[in-house]
Design a protein around this ligand. Structure first.
Ligand code: B12
Ligand code: SF4
Length: 450
């Protein structure tokens, strides 16, 4: 059997290290025909140790997973391209294997990354296509005819969501699983792919597709049990918006309850008006943390950002989550098209009315290709069509600067510790390692709610 080494390149540890779930799916797709191993850069002290591991395994192919491109923070913006270039240099020094890129971040800039990292191939979108690429290479067929395949000569990428089987290969004894167990104990799980909404700045529908593809609730409960037995202390559901289907999310919660999942879990939610007792039912099945992608409390801005709800809906969703006894957080994206002093003030006033929650404020919205915001920025001359956006570029509202937004939010927050501005890195850096060190588990932002 030929050998595939799958490497997760992500070493970002904030807000906490993230288990490389995508590679479990890639390994699941390869398992029948290839010997496969996963190496996680979070679990390596140095690039030298990585070199030794690569030589020892002697793979025929190396799949490199690129999750993050940058930290998406206007205040302390940091891109990771040069780190990935260093990593690829070590891979190339230690192996003649064919190098293939993939991952969620990669999918946003597939052609740019293959060139910048001098990789042999890339797969934009789902890695379940990797076996088809490898078969094609082995049988010397034209692999560029496959959807999502990128070479150094590609100009554009024919993209299509995967409609075949999807299997997660989770190895409870793998070295990297131990790493996450020892650092916060958080593992993750995906209950569906795709987001049907059209928020103007968001890459998720491009990465995962617009049509929701659901995993069977019983299969999800089985996976959750596997994670629990492997020592997970908390499960993050990585769905773009877990409640994008109220029906399916309730079925998943029901299956968790039935399967006796006893560890807490959480995920991203859209603050749309929930059906009666929705959050109570989820809480009864173990949901503890709700992270709302709220973005603004001003209706004009919610419309401009093409959000599928209004500020009145946010209040209802919030109250309903609180009534269910859940820890609640809201994320805000400030500085989008049309943001000005008044819209910002509306948001700040609205946030004041959301009790007992944590608020994460991002000032300035990252511009990504394949989004409506990209088209707006292009029209307004903020970017050019030929511009490479791997190095982060943020949308600037013509009516208020990021600095003014930041100052206004900071003044309004007035030191309240549940208002995290920017990526909230300094507060998180101070607090999180201490809490994890004392054996606390999960996302832990609830400790900021006074
Ligand atoms: C869930 C999530 C989070 C959660 C993770 C919680 C957890 N414990 O898992 C939280 C909230 C913590 C989070 C944090 C951050 N996130 Co985030 N997150 C996501 C999200 C929504 C899903 C990722 C996921 O797990 N998907 C499910 C798995 C199954 O899919 P996958 O990993 O994409 O893998 C598939 C394919 O990509 C492919 N594939 C993957 N690897 C490989 C390798 C090869 C060789 C091949 C061929 C294919 C392949 O095949 C897989 C199966 O189909 C994505 C957006 C999205 N919809 O993808 C953003 C996303 C990854 N996040 C992003 C960012 C920026 C961040 C933060 C930096 C934000 C911040 N400033 O704090 C942090 C970084 C955290 C860290 N330590 O790394 C960006 C990355 C792009 C960028 N600009 O860098 C994304 C893409 C969102 C966006 N803005 O576009 N995130
Ligand atoms: S912001 Fe959330 S709800 Fe909107 S398109 Fe993105 S994932 Fe979907």
């Amino acid at each position: 059997m030929k050998k595939v080494l799958l490497i997760s390149a992500n070493i970002m540890k904030k807000p906490y290290p993230v288990y490389p779930l995508g590679l479990d799916y890639v390994a699941g797709a390869l398992r029948a025909h290839y010997e496969t191993e996963i190496l996680d850069m979070n679990d390596f002290a140095s690039l030298e140790t990585l070199g030794e591991q690569i030589r020892g395994y002697a793979p025929d192919y190396i799949g490199l997973s690129i999750r993050n491109i940058d930290n998406t923070d206007t205040i302390n913006s940091r891109g990771f391209l040069s780190d990935y270039q260093d990593l690829v240099a070590v891979i190339r020094q230690n192996s003649p294997a064919i190098l293939i890129l993939g991952g969620s971040g990669y999918t946003i800039f597939p052609v740019e990354f293959v060139r910048a990292l001098d990789a042999d191939y890339g797969i934009a979108g789902e890695g379940e296509r990797l076996p088809a690429l490898l078969h094609g290479l082995e049988n010397k067929t034209d692999v560029t005819a496959l959807p999502g395949i990128v070479t150094k000569l590609s100009q554009t990428v024919p993209y299509q969501v995967w409609d075949g089987d999807m299997h997660r290969a989770f190895e409870p004894d793998a070295a990297h699983v131990k790493y996450y167990r020892s650092y916060g104990g958080m593992l993750n799980l995906q209950t569906k792919r795709g987001c049907p909404f059209r928020c103007s700045y968001c890459t998720y529908p491009h990465i995962e597709g617009r049509q929701m593809r659901f995993f069977a609730p019983e299969e999800m409960a089985k996976q959750a049990r596997g994670l629990q037995q492997a020592g997970a202390q908390y499960i993050f559901l990585t769905d773009s918006a877990f409640n994008a289907s109220y029906e399916h999310s309730l079925q998943v919660a029901g299956a968790f309850k039935e399967a006796g999942i006893s560890i807490p879990w959480g995920g991203f939610f859209a603050p749309t008006v929930p059906p009666d007792d929705y959050y109570k039912k989820l809480a009864a099945a173990g949901l503890t943390h709700v992270e709302f992608g709220t973005e603004s409390m001003c209706d004009t801005m919610l419309t401009n950002l093409q959000k599928p709800f209004a500020s009145a809906d946010v209040f209802q969703a919030h109250q309903s989550a609180l009534a269910a006894g859940l820890h609640t957080a809201h994320y805000f994206l400030l500085g989008g098209p049309g943001e000005n002093e008044d819209t910002l003030q509306d948001t700040l006033n609205g946030v004041d009315q959301l009790e007992r929650a944590v608020f994460f404020f991002f000032c300035g919205i990252r511009i990504y290709p394949h989004t409506a915001l990209y088209d707006t920025a292009l029209r307004e001359g903020q970017i050019s069509a030929s511009q490479n956006l791997i190095e982060p570029v943020f949308y600037r509202s013509p009516f208020i600067s990021d600095i003014e937004i930041l100052k206004k939010v900071e003044a309004h927050a007035n030191g309240r510790q549940n208002w995290l501005i920017g990526a909230g890195e300094s507060k998180a850096t101070r607090i999180l390692p201490r809490l994890y060190g004392r054996g606390h588990t999960g996302p832990l932002w609830e400790y900021l709610i006074s």
